[in-house]
Design a protein around this ligand. Structure first.
Ligand code: ZN
Length: 204
């Protein structure tokens, strides 16, 4: 039989590798992210949604192997904890979109690690003047059903990433089912409130 002989992980074609990755558990993600790291450390997008066997070990090694990740879906990865998000926050500085729907072990620690990495890696003022500040950083985050989160942590996150919106027009910070987070708002809401209060009262 003719065909490509695959003797090592790194010989597996990228497309196939990604398909395998989405089916598997920690051990496989670790091996695969090592291979991706060698092969293609510039991997930018990965969907691990509802891979319930994937935990912190897998996500942490992914964060180390693929520092250029921009989009990562971990929705329904019920085993992962703050350690996964912390590794992503400090290793994947270009992360734009993160799905954590139903990751119920996620706490404020994870939110603050994202805030810290943002503060640490903020471009100097002269660069942010050119709009770089808006281009970098999270612009989509789903923390629906992450019921352990508290308003101060999520508000700090919202304040640090101006591209995250809770307003109905943009809605890039999704937190459905987090009933205790109803007080968290993006800057638009605050601005709208101020504008309302500045409207001069008609003279009598
Ligand atoms: Zn907004």
């Amino acid at each position: 039989m003719e065909g490509v002989v695959v003797t090592e992980w790194k010989d597996i074609p990228m497309e196939l590798l990604l398909r395998i990755v989405s089916l598997v558990d920690d051990r496989t993600v670790i091996v695969a992210s090592g291979a991706i790291g060698q092969n293609c450390s510039q991997l930018q997008s990965l969907n691990l949604g509802w891979c319930e066997n994937v935990g912190d070990l897998g996500v942490v090694s992914l964060a180390y192997g693929c520092p250029d990740l921009r989009t990562l879906d971990l929705c329904g990865c019920v085993c992962i904890t703050d350690d996964s998000v912390i590794a992503l926050a400090y290793r994947c500085l270009h992360l734009r979109s993160l799905g954590l729907y139903y990751c119920r072990n996620i706490t404020d620690r994870a939110m603050y690690s994202l805030v810290h990495s943002r503060v640490k890696n903020k471009p100097p003022m002269w660069q942010s003047m050119k709009g770089r500040c808006d281009e970098e950083g999270l612009r989509s985050l789903n923390i629906s059903q992450c019921t352990a989160l508290t308003p101060p942590a999520v508000q700090a996150l919202c304040d640090s990433f101006p591209a995250l919106h809770t307003c109905s027009g943009r809605h890039s910070l999704v937190m459905s089912g987090c009933l205790n987070l109803t007080s968290v708002h993006c800057a638009c809401a605050v601005q709208a409130h101020r504008t309302m209060s500045y409207v001069p009262h008609p003279a009598h």
